[in-house]
Ligand binder design. Structure first.
Ligand code: C5P
Length: 227
């Protein structure tokens, strides 16, 4: 059985990633950003000039690249063929193409296998792991002792994403961000392979009117009783 695994799913802009990293640090657990893995493959696709909708070419590329992620919540890291791509994977270009790449079942199989290995290692050897994604509670770690699904109103999510862009020194326009967030959620929720949805036994939180700190307090308590 998995020990100390927290599955944290939901659309973007719910505070999921911030909460997941802080929770992991607080619990002395690892942190796995599965979205970063789909983003790295997407970056490789774009850099190679491959059409994100050309499934065969996307699968071939996904199988040929080397993808590494670090699970330290203080310093998450993503590498493509040895190069640090932590910044390059968070651009509007990758945002726009990642849903097409992550809808490909073979790409998912490849990454889910990697994710399960990392989760099992952390569950066995470390203080557990907080896993941030879309299908963690439903597909990747259905045995996780604690599953959480975060939601928030679309406008709130777009505002949070916009604030992240501004903080990172990227230009951002509220209407464009809202359209991009809504498009990605629609694609992620409607795809055939592992769509974004809460597991039946997930605890759901609407974070529209909650601070990161409030969500963190609630999850720390839950992790104490179920982790
Ligand atoms: O979490 P993040 O916004 O970085 O995820 C980027 C994209 O990766 C999502 O919009 C989704 O298409 C895909 N993804 C996924 N399954 C996961 C994590 C992310 O399909 N477990």
């Amino acid at each position: 059985a998995l020990r100390g695994v927290v599955a944290l799913d939901g659309p973007s802009g719910t505070g999921k990633t911030t909460v997941a990293r802080k929770l992991a640090a607080k619990l002395g657990a690892g942190y796995l950003d599965t979205g970063a893995m789909y983003r790295v493959v997407t970056l490789a696709v774009l850099d190679a000039g491959v059409d994100p909708h050309d499934t065969d070419a996307v699968v071939a590329l996904a199988r040929s690249v080397r993808l590494d992620v670090a699970t330290d919540p203080g310093r998450p890291e993503a590498r493509l063929d040895g190069t640090d791509v932590g910044e390059a994977i968070r651009t509007p270009r990758v945002d726009a193409a990642v849903s097409a790449v992550s809808a490909v079942p073979e790409v998912r199989d490849l990454l889910v296998q990697r994710q399960r290995t990392l989760i099992e290692e952390a569950s066995r050897d470390e203080g557990g792991i907080v896993v941030d994604g879309r299908d963690i509670g439903t597909v990747v770690a259905p045995d996780a002792p604690l599953k959480v699904f975060l939601t928030a109103a679309p406008e709130v999510r777009a505002a949070r994403r916009g604030a992240q862009d501004t903080a990172a020194g990227r230009e951002s326009n509220q209407a464009t961000v809202l359209a991009s967030v809504e498009r990605r959620d629609r694609l992620d929720s409607s795809r055939a392979a592992s769509p974004l949805r809460p597991a039946d036994d997930a605890v759901e939180f609407d974070t529209s009117e909650l601070s990161i700190e409030q969500v963190l307090v609630a999850l720390t308590e839950l992790a104490g009783t179920r982790g």
